[in-house]
Design a protein around this ligand. Structure first.
Ligand code: NBP
Length: 478
């Protein structure tokens, strides 16, 4: 075989990824369970580069040069296992299977382990950027062995998005499931970013009294500053759009129920297992879930609460500035939490993930791409041992400068009855980290009271228990 890479699974993602490889000068073997898709790809886009269509698994494997590099782009879950079962027996030692689907990290770890025993490299790859990204340059997060990256890296670097400074948005994230883990957290952060933007919109609409078109302008202006990002850009587009049927603002005719496919939920589930407080991501997942509870919402519509009173023009403009501050400060917190999870996952699994490199490959191609990510990259480059993004000097200064407005926005939202779980949770996280003393001391006292769970003291080493049911003297508990 002479194809440098093969792609099996030619729905939107696989087809565009195969075209991206071909457009970059690679010979690409293409295969799909239903052969009609393979033929359609070659018929429509065959002139974009060099494709080798294969009808059977055997033909597909034979078309690949050795060591074989075979990308699976099928529906995540059982289909991925089915495809691995089909191809693995046809492969030889040293070959590389790449799973570009949105796999759960536990599945990736299992597959990697099983295939390693057969001498086959399994590389779980997070790919972000949707269909457009797959075609024009995604952000690529490969896990798997360092050896597999040697053979795969140069190809991925060619097809990846390029950051503004020209760096390809791909790096060997770490061994094993590190790539899919980092992609999962990327999606969690994406949920949080979207929730914060939604809250900013809600406040501008309900409290500032702005129209969707006016809010679109506000977001366009913000997009020229430190919030410059893909998500802010498309927010302006969506808000400016009028429904062609009714002429009304598009946001007013769309049902207000946000759906989810699962990566945000996985981020929170795994964060709970690791003990990492990703409250912003959790609030974003819950906000989507709450929005979908139509009956609950219907039954609660008559509950008492304030009706927001729109501000006058000048106060509205001032309020909009405060919302920008609140959004930016909350965004810093979201990324602080997300990077905490990456570091905790990396330590737990001993992956050695470099957070600065992750920030670097998120600068272009992916959904959360933003000018902001270059600053995160710089923060970790300046201090690789940074305990938290909030301890970076620049972020600390910025959040310090934003905090008065941030508090004012959260307080206004509470007074006016506008739900801002993302802004509020971010502020609570910030204040909890700042606190000299947390009420956790009381919690620990209660735990000792009802369950003899013991406590530590601020002034002495060791564990202690108070005889709550007796004379309330303190005993040493080791
Ligand atoms: P889908 O997730 O819709 O999967 C369709 C593909 O899976 C088709 O090629 C189909 O073959 C194949 N397939 C299925 Br379903 N069951 C199979 C089986 N048992 N054996 C062999 N092939 C099987 O495609 P997609 O939207 O292109 O996404 C592909 C992967 O990329 C997914 O894991 C997705 O989570 C991930 N992803 C998607 C995006 C995005 O924006 N869509 C972004 C990032 C990652 P058929 O043609 O014969 O039915």
């Amino acid at each position: 075989g002479h194809a440098q890479i093969g792609v099996t699974g030619l729905a939107v993602m696989g087809r565009n990824l195969a075209r991206n490889f071909a457009r970059n000068g690679f010979t690409v073997a293409v295969h799909n369970r239903t052969a009609a898709r393979t033929r359609a790809l070659v018929d429509e886009f065959g002139d974009e580069g060099s494709f080798v269509p294969a009808e059977s698994a055997r033909e597909f494997v034979a078309a690949l040069e050795r060591p074989r590099r075979l990308v699976i782009m099928v529906k995540a879950g059982e289909p991925t296992d089915a495809v691995i079962q089909e191809f693995a027996p046809l492969l030889e030692e040293g070959d590389v299977i790449i799973d570009g689907g949105n796999a759960h990290v536990a599945d990736t770890r299992r597959r990697e382990r099983e295939l390693r025993e057969r001498g086959i490299h399994f590389v779980g790859v997070g790919i972000s950027g949707g269909e457009e990204g797959a075609l024009h340059g995604p952000s690529i997060m490969p896990g798997g062995s360092a050896e597999s990256y040697k053979s795969l890296g140069p190809l991925l670097e060619r097809i990846a998005a390029k950051a503004p400074d020209g760096t390809p948005c791909v790096t060997h994230v770490g061994p094993d499931g590190a790539g899919h883990f980092v992609k999962m957290v990327h999606n969690g952060i994406e949920y949080a970013d979207m929730q914060l933007i939604a809250e900013a919109y809600h406040l501008l609409r309900a409290v500032a009294g702005y129209s969707p078109a006016r809010i679109a302008d506000t977001f366009r202006t913000w997009n020229e500053g430190r919030l410059d990002s893909y998500l802010i850009e498309i927010t302006a587009e969506v808000l400016a759009h009028a429904d062609p049927v009714t002429g009304r603002p598009f946001v007013d005719v769309v049902a207000d129920r946000a759906e989810q496919k699962g990566t945000g939920r996985w981020t929170v589930q795994i964060a709970l297992d690791l003990g990492v407080p990703v409250s912003g991501i959790a609030e974003a997942v819950f906000a989507r879930s709450l929005s979908g509870h139509a009956e609950l919402r219907e039954a609660s519509r008559s509950l008492p609460g304030p009706v927001p009173q729109p501000l006058d023009e000048e106060a509205a403009a001032r309020f909009a500035e405060r919302v920008e501050q609140a959004l930016y400060a909350s965004k810093i917190v979201s990324y602080t939490q997300g990077f905490h999870q990456i570091q905790a996952g990396s330590e737990h699994h001993e992956w050695g993930v470099d957070p600065g490199a992750v920030a670097s490959i998120w600068r272009a191609g992916c959904i959360i791409r933003a000018a902001f990510l270059d600053r995160i990259r710089t923060a970790y480059e300046t201090r690789p041992e940074l305990p938290s993004l909030l301890s970076d000097k620049r972020f600390a200064e910025e959040i310090g400068a934003a905090q008065d407005d941030w508090r004012e926005v959260v307080a206004t939202a509470a007074r006016q009855g506008v739900p801002t779980p993302g802004f509020s949770a971010a502020l609570a996280y910030y204040d909890a980290l700042r606190a000299d003393r947390l009420p956790a001391a009381l919690t620990q006292g209660q735990r000792d009271f009802f369950g003899a769970h013991t406590y530590r003291r601020t002034d002495r080493e060791g564990s202690f228990h108070t005889l709550w049911g007796g004379d309330r003297s303190e005993v040493s508990a080791g």
